[in-house]
Design a protein around this ligand. Structure first.
Ligand SMILES: [Zn+2]
Length: 137
């Protein structure tokens, strides 16, 4: 390497590593049962604070696994319940929404489910579009 050239690396690599660790630790603790819930929420709140201070955007797929209200790590069947609901009168297919309810505070998240109409794939692809509907329960 010539003099003056620095090795290219991702900016804020240490901050990304810290957020990733806190997220993984919160996931582990949330799976441990009620005893780990408090520390799990603390880790999520800390990770959010670190991201906010560094002005980093939390990935959409990560953000959707966190409760906005109480910082609970939302794990289906453990700390949250998920169901497909359809509030349209004619039960239209495009109106399916994925409803996630936080087990701690009852906050409801709803995401529209857009299913691809490809042959051979049966209901596996539930791509969630960018629109997010939040409703405090
Ligand atoms: Zn919650």
């Amino acid at each position: 390497m010539a003099k003056g050239q620095k090795q290219q690396s991702a900016p804020n690599k240490d901050i990304h590593a810290r957020i990733s660790f806190l997220y993984q630790a919160s996931t582990f603790l949330a799976n441990q049962g009620p005893g780990g819930q408090g520390l799990s929420r603390f880790y999520v709140a800390t990770a959010k604070g670190v991201a906010r201070k560094a002005v980093l955007r939390v990935d959409r797929n990560v953000k959707r696994t966190l409760c906005k209200r109480c910082d609970t790590r939302l794990i289906p069947g453990v700390t949250s319940t998920t169901e497909i609901e359809n509030l349209s009168r004619k039960n239209a297919e495009h109106a399916d929404t994925l409803k996630t309810t936080c087990g701690q505070c009852g906050t409801v998240k709803r995401f529209p489910c857009v299913q691809r109409k490809e042959e051979g794939v049966e209901g596996e692809d539930q791509n969630v579009t960018e629109a997010e509907v939040q409703a405090a329960g």
